[in-house]
Design a protein around this ligand. Structure first.
Ligand SMILES: N[C@@H](CCC(=O)N[C@@H](CS)C(=O)NCC(=O)O)C(=O)O
Length: 289
């Protein structure tokens, strides 16, 4: 089943922009800052630099959940990083995340600002800082971390693998789509089996494991990523569907999804968040009316 006449040369060289698919214009084989750019700093100790992709939403859901639970010092400023415009390669952003990806957090509450990058590290950092959404009992804590790290290892097969070849690659290729559809269906079944016996991913309690997994796998089940719900027959995963719906109704989740969102319904787009009242006054529909 040959699908390509491509023969890799002895030494790889980067394709032109057209050869790189949807993200061809921002991808380069080197890391580091590409230009000098200062980041804005708001008045709260926690400064988030992000965009409402599934990885970004993990952090904003956690911050909104902390506030909903009464942790007043979780107030934060969320600044927009437009990854299609290359904001992630500005010098200040790279100082916070040398990996040039959202979300990135700067905690300015201590003597020295603390940078936190990687969404899983952000969830764990905030859970430990506020002693919330991470069980204290060692066995339950370990189970929560098992699933948090499961997400970090698994979602790249969903996003970088399946999503890329199904939705973004310049042409649909059977081999990679089959390979990653197989893996994603297996992952959906892993979650469905776990949720058959547990209310939430790591047991009876809603934790950072749910906050990590829902923005990817919940969104897939809702048909909101890659338009692949029918292709992957997501309705077959009944327990996953029940969990997806339960979490979607949480007020903090509804708010968290809106922060740094620049697409979709204007009433659900809050480009920058600096205050709780911004959800009422500063969504795009309000700003543009
Ligand atoms: N493992 C990282 C992944 C972050 C990530 O891939 N972020 C994407 C948006 S969802 C990004 O910033 N992409 C910009 C780029 O690759 O240049 C995390 O969980 O934080």
């Amino acid at each position: 089943m040959s699908q390509s006449s491509y023969t890799p040369p002895k030494v790889w060289s980067a394709p032109g922009e057209e050869g790189g698919g949807k993200f061809g214009s921002i991808n380069r084989p080197e890391a580091g800052a590409r230009f000098e750019k200062q980041l804005p700093v708001g008045e709260h100790p926690l400064q988030l630099y992000s965009l409402a992709t599934p990885n970004g939403v993990k952090a904003t859901i956690m911050l909104e959940e902390l506030l909903e639970a009464g942790h007043k010092s979780a107030e934060y400023d969320a600044h927009l990083i437009d990854i299609m415009e290359g904001d992630q390669f500005g010098s200040d952003f790279v100082d916070i995340n040398p990996n040039s990806k959202i979300p990135a957090l700067l905690d300015r509450s201590g003597d020295k600002p603390q940078r936190v990058f990687e969404s899983g590290a952000i969830l764990l950092y905030l859970a430990e800082k506020f002693n919330a959404f991470l069980p204290q009992n060692p066995a339950e804590r370990t189970e929560c971390l098992n699933w948090l790290f499961w997400q970090m290892g698994s979602a790249p097969f969903l996003g970088g693998g399946f999503g890329h070849f199904y939705a973004y690659a310049p042409e649909p290729l059977e081999y990679p789509i089959n390979r990653y559809a197989m893996e994603v269906k297996r992952q959906l079944d892993v979650l469905d089996k776990q949720l058959a016996n547990n209310s939430y991913i790591a047991g009876d309690e809603y934790t950072i494991a749910d906050m990590a997994i829902w923005p990817w796998y919940g969104a897939l089940v809702e048909g909101k990523v890659y338009d692949a719900a029918e292709f992957l027959q997501v309705q077959d995963y009944k327990h996953l569907a029940r969990w997806t719906e339960t979490i979607a109704k949480r007020p903090a989740v509804i708010r968290g999804k809106m922060v740094n969102r620049t697409w979709g319904d204007k009433s659900e787009q809050l480009h920058e968040r600096h205050n709780a009242s911004d959800f009422d006054n500063k969504t795009q529909d309000k700003l543009e009316s």
